[in-house]
Design a protein around this ligand. Structure first.
Ligand code: HEM
Ligand code: HEM
Length: 124
């Protein structure tokens, strides 16, 4: 599914805009308490999602079937959950630790699925 590559890249760009906006707010306010949130929006949301998109573009056969679609949703649900959880935690709401923890397991599950996708079959 060629479409999947551009879907990942479109999501990545949105995460970049959110992450950079938060970075500018942190710099302008000189309040860096949300730095870990900013880190993970940019590195999980922008960098990792863009890499997934580029890998699916470079090896289109990897994007065939249901598993890559499941990968897309696991990553996005996980990253959005982690971003929301981290933001709320670093805003002082420690009751959101479980949300962040569960979301990070979605992210890990997505990466394990990506490992299966990358290792199975032939990449052409
Ligand atoms: C408009 C763009 C950006 C602005 C204004 C910005 C601003 C900031 C600020 C103010 C900090 C806190 C520094 C500190 O507390 O020591 C920070 C940390 C960080 N930023 Fe950005 N940032 C931007 C884009 C990015 C991007 C695109 C990435 C990654 C692809 C990134 C990755 C990081 C990381 C990893 C840290 C944590 C560094 C550490 O903990 O030592 N930032 N950024
Ligand atoms: C399941 C996914 C992940 C979890 C649960 C996780 C968790 C954490 C935790 C607990 C910290 C320490 C934060 C602190 O000291 O306040 C951290 C820091 C960091 N993580 Fe992650 N991380 C994940 C994925 C990633 C990925 C994929 C990247 C890069 C592509 C990344 C880049 C960083 C960086 C650069 C820092 C240090 C900068 C900072 O403290 O803001 N993380 N992460």
């Amino acid at each position: 599914m060629q479409n999947l590559a551009i879907k990942f890249i479109r999501c990545a760009v949105l995460y970049a805009i959110v992450g950079m906006t938060l970075g500018i707010f942190m710099a302008a306010s000189n309040d860096h308490v949300q730095a870990p949130t900013h880190t993970h929006i940019n590195l999980l949301g922008w960098v990792s999602m863009a890499i997934f998109g580029l890998v699916y573009r470079a090896f289109p056969t990897l994007a065939v079937g249901t598993l890559p679609k499941v990968h897309f949703w696991l990553m996005n649900v996980g990253v959005i959950g982690m971003i929301a959880g981290l933001f709320l935690m670093f805003a002082g709401h420690m009751e959101f630790v479980p949300l962040t923890a569960v979301a990070s397991l979605f992210v890990l599950a997505g990466m394990l699925l990506f490992a299966i996708i990358v290792y199975r079959g032939r990449a052409e």
